[in-house]
Design a protein around this ligand. Structure first.
Ligand code: GLU
Length: 467
C-alpha cells in the first residue's frame, strides 16, 4: 500500500492510549519524537569490481534510558519512516517488559539474497564503522542486535569492527545477539520465538478470556498458522508444537500451504532448505498466493514476517480468534479495529515479541559484568540442594538414586537462568497489560501503550528535564 505510513500508525496507537494517562500534551509529544535520526550512504565494492551506493539508517528514538537498543534490518522495505517507527516500537516494547533501555533501530536497504557473503561482510563492517564514527553505537550509548535479514554472524562482524576502532573495556556490550564464542549468550537465537510462545501460553492460560473467545484454556490442541519461517517464526512454531498445538498453515515468500491435519515442521524446514521455498512440499495443499493461508479458520494466527500484513485488504477475512504479533507492526490500525470488533484477541507486538530484547538485555549485562550467569552460584546451589536431600534421606526411608539426585539437585546454569528470566518477564508483563485492559475497558495494544507511556512518562518527570 503506497500511502502506508508506519511511524504515524505507531503514533496513532500511542495517541489512543495517551488519553488514559495523566501526562500533558507537551510531554507526550516529547515521548513520541525521535531524538536522533541518521541516514548515511556509502559505497560498496561488489565482487565484480563495480560500485554500488548503499543506504543505511539508524534512529535513536528515546534517550530517557541509556543505552538505546534495537535491531538492524536488511530489507528493501528499509527507509527513514520504517526505521523511525521500529525505533519507537522498541522504546515502548522495552518499557512494557521493564528492560531499562531507550528504543532504537537500524537498517540497510538491500535484498540480502543479491549479495555474496564477502559483499555482506564488507557492507556490514562499513555500516558499523559509520555508526561508530557518528557515535551511533557503543555499550553505553546505542546497542544494535539482529532483526529481519541479519543474524549472529553480522553481529560478530559489527563487534569486531567496533573493537578495531575503540579501546573500550566493555566493547563486547556494543552489540547483542552475537555468536556464543564472541560474547553471546545461550538462548538469544531462539529468544524472540520463545517469548512469543510464553506470551501466547500466558494468554491461553486465562480461562475467562478464552471462554469469551469460545476456546478452551491452554495451548494443547489449538490450531495455528504462521507467516514467515525465519528465526522468529520458526522458533515460535517449534515451541507451540512442543506444547501440543497443531500447525495447519504456513506462509512464506514463495507461497502458502495448508493442511488441516497438521504440517511437520522439521520436514518442512528440510524441504525449505533444499528447495529455497515451501511450495510443493509433499502432500500439502498449496494455496493461490502467499497470503491466502492467513485467512483460513484457525485458533491462532502468528504473523512473524514484516509490517503491514493484516490490513484493510484482508482484515475482514481473517478468521483466527487470537492474533499473536511476532513481527513488528504486522497489523495496521484499521485492520486492528476490524479484527478486534469481530471479537478476536490481538496480542500486540510491543509486548509479544519482546523476548528478543529481553535476552539481549541479559547478554549486555553478561558483557558488562564480564561473567557468565550461573558461574558463581550454580555449584553452590547444587551442593545446598544435595544437603537438603541428604537430610530427607536421613529422616525418612527414602533413598534417592544417582539420577534422581542429579535431577533434584540441579543448579541454574546460563541456559536455565536465561529461560527462566525470559518466562518471568513475559508472564509478569502479560498480566500487567491484561489488568490495564480490563481496568480501562480497552484492547491489549492500547493497554500495552498505556503501560509504556506511564513508565516512560514517569521517568521523564523524575529527570526534571523541564526547568
Ligand atoms: N530486533 C529485535 C526486536 O525487534 C531485537 C532487538 C534487540 O535485541 O535489541 O525486538
Amino acid at each position: 500500500m503506497q500511502d502506508y505510513k508506519f511511524f504515524s500508525e505507531v503514533n496513532q496507537a500511542f495517541d489512543k492510549a495517551s488519553a488514559y494517562t495523566r501526562f500533558d500534551k507537551g510531554l507526550l509529544e516529547q515521548m513520541k519524537a525521535c531524538n536522533d535520526v541518521l541516514h548515511i550512504t556509502f559505497p560498496l565494492e561488489k565482487d565484480d569490481g563495480s560500485i554500488e551506493v548503499i543506504h543505511g539508517y539508524r534512529v535513536e528514538h528515546s534517550h530517557h534510558k541509556l543505552p538505546t537498543k534495537g535491531g538492524i534490518r536488511y530489507s528493501l522495505t528499509v527507509n527513514e519512516d520504517e526505521t523511525m517507527a521500529l525505533a519507537a516500537l522498541m522504546t515502548y516494547k522495552c518499557a512494557v517488559v521493564d528492560v531499562p533501555f531507550g528504543g532504537a533501530k537500524g537498517g540497510v536497504r538491500i535484498d540480502r539474497r543479491n549479495y555474496s557473503d564477502a559483499e555482506l561482510e564488507r557492507l556490514t563492517r562499513r555500516y558499523a564503522f559509520q555508526l561508530s564514527k557518528k557515535n551511533f553505537i557503543g555499550p553505553g550509548s546505542d546497542v544494535p542486535a539482529p532483526d529481519y535479514g541479519t543474524s549472529s554472524r553480522e553481529m560478530g562482524w559489527i563487534l569486531d569492527t567496533y573493537r578495531q576502532i575503540n579501546s573500550d573495556i566493555d566493547a563486547e556490550g556494543c552489540v547483542t545477539g552475537k555468536p556464543l564464542n564472541q560474547g553471546g549468550i545461550r538462548g538469544r537465537t531462539e529468544a524472540t520465538g520463545r517469548g512469543v510462545f510464553f506470551g501466547i501460553k500466558e494468554a491461553c492460560s486465562n480461562a475467562e478470556d478464552m471462554k469469551l473467545l469460545g476456546l478452551e484454556k491452554g495451548i494443547e490442541g489449538k490450531t495455528f498458522v504462521v507467516q514467515g519461517l525465519g528465526n522468529v517464526g520458526y522458533h515460535s512454531a517449534l515451541y507451540m508444537i512442543e506444547a501440543g498445538a497443531k500447525m495447519i498453515g504456513v506462509a512464506e515468500m514463495d507461497g502458502s500451504i495448508y493442511n488441516e491435519n497438521g504440517i511437520d515442521l522439521k520436514e518442512l524446514m528440510e524441504y525449505k532448505k533444499e528447495k529455497g521455498g515451501i511450495v510443493g512440499f509433499e502432500g500439502i495443499k498449496t494455496l493461490p498466493d502467499n497470503k491466502a493461508v492467513l485467512e483460513v479458520d484457525c485458533d491462532i494466527l502468528i504473523p512473524a514476517a514484516l509490517e503491514n500484513q493484516l490490513n484493510e485488504k484482508n482484515a475482514e477475512r481473517i478468521k483466527a480468534k487470537i492474533i499473536g504479533e511476532a513481527a513488528n507492526g504486522p497489523t495496521t490500525s484499521k485492520a486492528h479495529e476490524i479484527i478486534k470488533d469481530r471479537g478476536a484477541l490481538i496480542i500486540p507486538d510491543n509486548y509479544l515479541n519482546a523476548g528478543g530484547v529481553t535476552v539481549s538485555y541479559f547478554e549486555w549485562l553478561k558483557n558488562i559484568q564480564h561473567m557468565r550467569f550461573g558461574r558463581m552460584g550454580k555449584r553452590f546451589e547444587e551442593n545446598s540442594f544435595k544437603k537438603i536431600l541428604l537430610v530427607i534421606e536421613t529422616i525418612s526411608d527414602r533413598k534417592f538414586t544417582d539420577k534422581e539426585l542429579e535431577f533434584l539437585a540441579q543448579g541454574g546454569g546460563e541456559k536455565e537462568l536465561v529461560d527462566s528470566g525470559l518466562e518471568e518477564t513475559m508472564v509478569l508483563a502479560y498480566n500487567e497489560i491484561n489488568e490495564l485492559r480490563k481496568v480501562h475497558g480497552v484492547d491489549l495494544r492500547t493497554a500495552a501503550f498505556i503501560s509504556a507511556i506511564n513508565k516512560v512518562g514517569s521517568m521523564y518527570e523524575g529527570m526534571g528535564i523541564f526547568p
